[in-house]
Ligand binder design. Structure first.
Ligand SMILES: *[C@@H]1O[C@H](CO)[C@@H](O)[C@H](O)[C@H]1NC(C)=O
Ligand SMILES: *[C@@H]1O[C@H](CO)[C@@H](O)[C@H](O)[C@H]1NC(C)=O
Ligand SMILES: *[C@@H]1O[C@H](CO)[C@@H](O)[C@H](O)[C@H]1NC(C)=O
Ligand SMILES: *[C@@H]1O[C@H](CO)[C@@H](O)[C@H](O)[C@H]1NC(C)=O
Ligand SMILES: *[C@@H]1O[C@H](CO)[C@@H](O)[C@H](O)[C@H]1NC(C)=O
Ligand SMILES: *[C@@H]1O[C@H](CO)[C@@H](O)[C@H](O)[C@H]1NC(C)=O
Length: 207
């Protein structure tokens, strides 16, 4: 009942913005808004003041939305000094094209490390089948090749850029990543235990 009402309101707002033509700003879908608020509640950070429950999530720092649907398409929490857990509500952000959780390199702050350990890379990537950019530098994943490979392969062929620098990756490089024809950028450096067949890299002409 409440959800139906909220959805109707968002449609009214949506059409209102079309009719007044000057507004191109997307309006956050209520369920996406709610998921982000849940995410924030598990983070320990002073950097998310713009994530105000009474404002539209599409204007919050680090968030971009699809103008038509109000679905969140980008989540960039890099450089935000976040610690804490990644709430499973994250999984509702299923139309993410862009995910950047890389650490603050200057201060060497590792983002949200405990959350990744608890939730796991596999869960993190289980519902984001539109993802194009994934950047997880410095997040301690510590999974061997078959494990993190399977997790990354869940994203599917939309993936264009994958940066997992210094993530504690171990084992063999998963060859299947080369079957993602849209991959143009891959950086897995500083994973000292990662083994791979470098000859495979020549197949990625765009790399
Ligand atoms: C949040 O971070 C501050 C600064 O790093 C720390 O002192 C505090 O204990 C943290 N709080 C929680 C609940 O983790
Ligand atoms: C959130 O936004 C409302 C309305 O714009 C404002 O009154 C309130 O002070 C804001 N809260 C915080 C914590 O910034
Ligand atoms: C990730 O976010 C940081 C901070 O906003 C930015 O400097 C960096 O270029 C971003 N990385 C990618 C791959 O977009
Ligand atoms: C994944 O997305 C689907 C819709 O595409 C949604 O119904 C489902 O609840 C999501 N899964 C999780 C674990 O949130
Ligand atoms: C990778 O981890 C999985 C699960 O822990 C394990 O079953 C598998 O044997 C490991 N593979 C290698 C090559 O270490
Ligand atoms: C690969 O990229 C092209 C050009 O951006 C796009 O049209 C196509 O849909 C992408 N393929 C996948 C599987 O995402």
């Amino acid at each position: 009942m409440t959800l139906v009402a909220l959805v109707s309101i968002s449609f009214v707002l949506f059409y209102f913005s079309i009719n007044t033509t000057t507004l191109t700003q997307a309006h956050c879908l209520p369920e996406q808004h709610h998921s982000l608020i849940q995410l924030k509640q598990c983070f320990n950070t002073t950097k998310l003041n713009s994530w105000n429950v009474s404002t539209d999530c599409c204007i919050w720092d680090g968030i971009k939305c699809d103008e038509q649907t109000g679905m969140v398409t980008a989540l960039n929490l890099a450089h935000m000094f976040i610690s804490g857990e990644l709430n499973p509500a994250y999984l509702n952000l299923r139309l993410l094209h862009y995910l950047n959780l890389s650490r603050n390199l200057i201060d060497n702050v590792i983002l949200p490390q405990t959350g990744f350990e608890r939730l796991g890379l596999r869960t993190l990537l289980s519902n984001v089948t539109k993802l194009q950019f994934l950047r997880l530098d410095g997040v301690d994943i510590s999974l061997n090749g078959s494990e993190w490979g399977k997790a990354v392969l869940q994203v599917g062929p939309t993936l264009r850029e994958l940066l997992m620098v210094d993530c504690g990756l171990i084992g063999n490089f998963p060859d299947e990543i080369f079957h993602f024809t849209n991959i143009t950028y891959l950086d897995l450096s500083y994973n000292s235990m990662l083994l791979g067949q470098l000859s495979e890299f020549t197949k990625l002409s765009l790399l």
